[in-house]
Design a protein around this ligand. Structure first.
Ligand code: SME
Length: 161
């Protein structure tokens, strides 16, 4: 697949539904984790009006910045710190409707108002955090969590190297 087909007039849920098979088509023929994370970040960034879409990869006792789209970001996050480190610690997704109300939020960009993070793993990485930021308050909800989790499941299936 070389071209992404996104109908920008669709609802958020319909957009996710139309993207999932396209993402599967894109990553199912590539085993490399970093290559697939890079394309997934690009696809989601291109499809929605989010500020930042990217991945942090576990290396030892910290998370290190991986492929992303958006403004430059913090390179290392310690276990349990920030939204990403907390999600890694509890191994659960976290939705933050207002980042100013999340005590330990790490502000990479002052433009970020809300955030969602989903932790997952692959054969090569014990923990990867899928992190999305928005300039709008409460921009992420259960619909995002449901479909972004499906994206992580696809990455878990196809990223074997
Ligand atoms: N806000 C995140 C840090 C990563 S940036 O949003 C890209 C956190 O608190 O973990």
């Amino acid at each position: 697949m070389e071209t992404l087909h996104i109908d920008q007039s669709l609802s958020k849920e319909e957009k996710y539904k139309s993207l999932l098979p396209q993402i599967e088509g894109l990553i199912s023929s590539e085993k490399d984790t970093i290559a697939n994370l890079a394309n997934v970040a690009a696809v989601i960034y291109e499809s929605f009006d989010f500020l930042w879409v990217g991945f942090y990869l576990q290396k030892g006792k910290e998370l290190v910045l991986g492929p992303f789209q958006g403004p430059l970001a913090c390179t290392r996050i310690q276990f349990g710190r920030g939204v990403c480190g907390k999600s890694w610690e509890i191994n659960q997704p976290i939705i933050v409707p207002n980042v100013d109300e999340f005590a330990d939020h790490i502000a990479c960009s002052s433009l970020s108002k809300s955030e969602i993070v989903i932790p997952f793993s692959t054969p090569t990485y014990e923990a990867i955090i899928f992190d999305l930021d928005s300039e709008k308050l409460a921009d992420f909800d259960e619909t995002d969590q449901k479909y972004l989790q499906k994206v992580c499941d696809l990455l878990n299936t196809y990223c074997v190297e």
